[in-house]
Design a protein around this ligand. Structure first.
Ligand SMILES: CC(C)(COP(=O)(O)OP(=O)(O)OC[C@H]1O[C@@H](n2cnc3c(N)ncnc32)[C@H](O)[C@@H]1OP(=O)(O)O)[C@@H](O)C(=O)NCCC(=O)NCCS
Length: 432
């Protein structure tokens, strides 16, 4: 049976091109019915008990699994999906996001079908972690714990209570299956290198930290960076220079609140040393959905990550945490109240600008790639504030964040903001 035939049987022949890649390999490797771990009742129950799937939704999922187990063609198809998700890892995420729901065959249960091969990752993660000796508590947290709960809750909300899940972010768990991404407390981490937008220097006598834009970075008159296609004719842009000589470096600084400052600075290397440069090893930080984004929980997570990576990946030697996210949009601070957990978090790191398209975070905040203020939900303060921004001609954006290992002990006390006087970031008007 080929991909076209099976897509036709599923009532969606137009999807054949999506399922064609690696089809032959799936045919050759497809196991007997009893070897399908992610279709077994006991495995699904174990996944639910392990926190990866809402237990109250178990019965319909098991019914669907039984129907697929009993049909050779459907088995081959879900085996292929499982392999496209976690084995053939160069199969593009954008194709996974387009997988249609076979409602002609499975009716409303079709919206649950991709959950089955996705849950196959639980066993893969557990096996991988056991092989490298990762503690069981870390494995449990690293499995797609809150992830599927939140995906399904959003799906239900958007589809008038119908059970289901979207496939958009399922590819993300390839990193967990590969033993590269770990959830340690509130946050997820993977070993990575520092992206290239800024070079970070520390003043040796005072400990003050300053980020300078890399040479050639372009920024606008608000002190932000934009993708070339998001540039606007009514804005002015300037290109940063970074020059290093034997005695010093000269460059354009970013304030820790995330905006580029007006005046270039010269830092004599007698007093200033580089502490974080593009390409340096860092722990890349990801923020999973869910409650508990409190400062004590975040600090505990950073401490746990330092100890975990030193133990299991001693060769990677990171000296900082780094992240790029809509959550580090510097404008959030003026949009949300001071007690907002997002605001409290972003104030603890050093923010710096990143090129933005104008749609960053839309999926995480509004559940769609693009935002239409006429129809978008306004039920939270974040949504309301961002919609007001868009209506006033602004846009969404992201931001970069770093926190040096040395400053984790000051996390909760705004280690970078306290090094600046209030108002130091207000030279925006003189930037051009
Ligand atoms: C991380 C997260 C839990 C923070 O939420 P939080 O703890 O409620 O954050 P805050 O206290 O700052 O929330 C302030 C306001 O913004 C709202 N808000 C926060 N995150 C929101 C989101 N993703 N979508 C819609 N509204 C959100 C809150 O509901 C609150 O509004 P309210 O008082 O009217 O209810 C939440 O944003 C989330 O689950 N995000 C999904 C994961 C994600 O985006 N990861 C980053 C990928 S790059």
């Amino acid at each position: 049976m080929d991909a076209l035939t099976i897509s036709g049987k599923l009532g969606m022949p137009e999807a054949a091109a999506l399922f064609e890649p690696y089809w032959e390999r799936s045919v050759l490797s497809c196991p007997e019915a009893e070897a399908f771990h992610f279709l077994r009742d006991d495995e699904l129950e174990a996944c639910a008990r392990y926190g990866c799937f809402p237990e109250k939704r178990l019965a319909p999922l098991q019914e669907l699994a039984a129907e697929i187990r009993g049909n050779k063609a459907w088995r081959l198809w879900v085996w292929h999906l499982y392999r496209l998700l976690f084995v053939e890892q160069d199969y593009p995420p954008v194709k996974i996001a387009q997988w249609p729901y076979p409602t002609a065959v499975f009716g409303d249960r079709a919206f649950l079908v991709y959950v089955l091969p996705f849950l196959g990752c639980v066993r893969l993660i557990r096996e991988r972690h056991r092989a490298i000796g990762v503690p069981e508590s870390v494995t449990r947290d690293t499995c797609p714990n809150r992830h599927l709960h939140s995906n399904m809750a959003r799906f239900e909300e958007a589809h008038s209570g119908t059970l289901g899940a979207t496939t958009k972010s399922m590819y993300w768990f390839r990193l967990h299956v590969n033993g590269r991404m770990f959830r340690l407390g509130r946050l997820e981490y993977k070993a990575h290198t520092f992206p290239s937008a800024v070079r970070v220097f520390k003043n040796k006598p005072t400990g003050r930290v300053l980020a300078l834009l890399s040479d050639g970075c372009e920024y606008n008159d608000e002190g932000f960076m934009e993708d070339p296609e998001a540039r606007r004719p009514d804005r002015r842009y300037r290109r940063a220079r970074f020059v290093q000589s034997e005695t010093g470096v000269e460059g354009v600084p970013a304030h820790p609140s995330g905006r580029v400052l007006a005046r270039p600075v010269m830092l004599p290397l007698k007093a200033w040393e580089p502490v974080l440069l593009p390409g340096d090893p860092v722990l890349d930080v990801h923020i999973p959905p869910g409650d508990g984004l409190t400062l004590p929980a975040l600090r505990a997570s950073f401490e746990q990550a330092m100890a975990f990576f030193a133990r299991f990946f001693p060769k990677c030697r990171p000296q900082a945490f780094s992240s790029i996210s809509w959550m580090f949009n510097p404008e959030l601070e003026s949009m949300l109240p001071a007690e907002s957990r997002l605001v409290q978090f972003l104030r603890q790191g050093y923010l710096y600008p990143r090129p933005a398209k104008g749609t960053e975070g839309a999926e995480f905040i509004f559940g769609t790639d693009t935002v239409n203020p006429a129809t978008a939900p306004r039920d939270t303060r974040l949504r309301q504030a961002l919609l007001r921004k868009i209506e006033a001609g602004g846009s969404l954006r992201n931001g970069g964040f770093f926190l040096l290992y040395d400053h984790v002990e000051d996390f909760g006390h705004e280690p970078y903001r306290t090094q600046w006087a209030p108002g130091d970031d207000e030279d925006v008007k003189t930037r051009f």
